[in-house]
Structures are given as C-alpha cells and as structure tokens.
Ligand binder design. Structure first.
Ligand code: FES
Length: 105
C-alpha cells in the first residue's frame, strides 16, 4: 500500500546558502536544497547516474551540474538536461512556514 505524503520540517531557511545549493540531512537521506530565482526546490542529493553528491556540483539559476561526470538536471522538475544524466531525479515539493523550509515526503 502506498503511503500518503505529508509535510515535514527540513531546515530553517536562515541556514540555507543564498542562491546556491545546500546539503541537509533528513533521517537517513541526504537532501539537496536549491535557492533559485523562483524559490526553493529540493531533491535527493545523490546523483542517480553514479551516486555523486550534487551539493558539490555547480549550480546556476535552476540547473545543477553533477561534479563527477557533469550530467545536469533542472531542479524545478528533476528533468535531466545534459548527458550522461538520463533519468529524472527525485524531487520534493517545498514550502516555507514561518521561516522553516518543509518538504512533502
Ligand atoms: S554521477 Fe552524476 S553524472 Fe555521473
């Protein structure tokens, strides 16, 4: 049976890197949080191509480039936009509630 997603506190917004990507530990998961011109987005931090930590990659606008093989993803929807990344990354909805960034997970 599929578990229903709920909103969970992730991190105070004040602790996030400005206009950059931040690594946040959430239970046993590593989450990448992206501060973009259109708001905050979040995904699993490990690249689905080879497991590199996307938080060590290059971030610009809405695009994260993996540090290992330079595959790239659009953080708004997880879509791969540059090889060798070919699979959509797992993303999470976000919302800011009184200065706490929440993800729907
Ligand atoms: S590990 Fe990210 S593109 Fe290969």
């Amino acid at each position: 049976m599929k578990r229903e997603k709920t909103w969970k506190d992730l991190v105070p917004v004040a602790e996030l890197e400005d206009q950059w990507v931040s690594r946040v530990t959430f239970g046993s998961r590593l989450i990448a949080v992206y501060d973009t011109p259109s708001g905050y987005y979040a995904s699993l931090a490990l690249c689905n191509h080879g497991g590199a930590d996307l938080c060590d990659g290059y971030f610009d606008g809405h695009i994260i480039e993996c540090p290992l093989h330079q595959g790239a993803f659009d953080v708004r929807n997880g879509k791969p936009i540059s090889a060798p990344a070919t699979r959509r990354m797992i993303t999470f909805e976000t919302r800011n509630v009184d200065g706490i960034l929440q993800i729907r997970i």
